[in-house]
Design a protein around this ligand. Structure first.
Ligand SMILES: C[S@@+](CC[C@H](N)C(=O)[O-])C[C@H]1O[C@@H](n2cnc3c(N)ncnc32)[C@H](O)[C@@H]1O
Length: 282
């Protein structure tokens, strides 16, 4: 049952705060920490969306997705209030924004109506945190950024399988994960403690609305390429052109998929603690 999923509480709390604000500009000023760790009276939704515009240009270029975007349906896992979704909606024929929080999706629609092409937007609520209510083989490209690290590992793996279920044969998937870095020696135990505290009635609900506690609590999982690729292999999912993208000069441990070592490539803009799985569905 969704209410029993304490892991989802902080996002719901942030969504409720987003819902209480009069407009998305206020959401960015007061709860921008949900996305970019910044708050302040001078922040605007426009600036926030601009950071997404810049990143979408970079990622579509590096992924080689510009060649097909204008005729394609793309699905973004974890859109939040639409920082990148506005740009996606201008580039793709149809953009489907998905998120665990329905209030974020409403704000996302507001954001896209101001800065993107709202007529090209659909929203789909990931109510249980791991299932995407979209038909099999119906999407040309699935993208996810700074989301799969912020949910339980089992949800991140579930959403990974879902990405390959919904993408069309020959379609593209690019999913961003977070792996281990030295600071995790402190961050990961702190996150475990914080998530236990969230279980305490009343106190938990309050804690989950504060920036400092959520920063710890959201550091929810670390997944390495082996775990993700083992899952896909065990599920019998056929991949083509599979590769791991990583911070320049920081490859992940070698990993194989169906007996072949997976290609690894530098991605100039990748965070040191991030890696990307890119692949085409067979
Ligand atoms: C840090 S925000 C990133 C939003 C957006 N990708 C961006 O780059 O601006 C993470 C988002 O993931 C969403 N999220 C967290 N857990 C999720 C889950 N299990 N399924 C779907 N979305 C989830 C949160 O609600 C939040 O909107």
């Amino acid at each position: 049952m969704v209410t029993a999923r304490r892991q989802l509480i902080p996002w719901r709390a942030a969504g409720t705060r987003a819902e209480m604000r009069r407009n998305a500009d206020e959401v960015v000023r007061d709860t921008g920490w949900v996305f970019n760790n910044q708050t302040g009276a001078k922040l605007t939704l426009e600036e926030f969306v601009h950071t997404g515009d810049v990143e979408v240009d970079i990622y579509l270029d590096r992924l080689g997705w510009n060649s097909f975007a204008s005729g394609a349906t793309m699905l973004e896992i974890g859109s939040g209030i639409g920082r990148m979704t506005s740009a996606f909606s201008r580039k793709f024929a149809v953009t489907i924004a998905t998120d665990v929080d329905a209030a974020f999706l409403e704000r996302c629609r507001e954001t896209v109506s101001r800065f993107g092409r709202v007529g090209a937007l659909r929203t789909v609520h990931i109510a249980d945190g791991s299932t995407i209510s979209v038909d099999d083989s119906s999407i040309d490209a699935v993208f996810s950024y700074i989301t799969l690290q912020h949910c339980k590992a089992s949800d991140a793996l579930g959403l990974t399988s879902e990405a390959f279920r919904i993408v069309k044969p020959g379609g593209y998937v690019a999913l961003n994960y977070r792996t281990w870095v030295p600071a995790d020696l402190l961050l990961v135990p702190a996150g475990v403690v914080m998530r236990q505290l969230w279980r305490i009635p009343v106190v938990g609900a309050r804690l989950s609305q504060w920036r400092w506690s959520t920063r710890f609590g959201w550091q929810a999982n670390r997944l390495d390429p082996k775990r993700v690729l083992n899952l896909l292999e065990a599920s019998g999912i056929d991949l083509d052109d599979v590769a791991i993208l990583h911070h320049p000069g920081k490859p992940q441990k070698p990993v194989s998929y169906r007996g072949t070592t997976v290609v690894q490539r530098d991605l100039d803009v990748a965070n040191k603690s991030h890696w990307w799985l890119v692949a085409r569905s067979h």
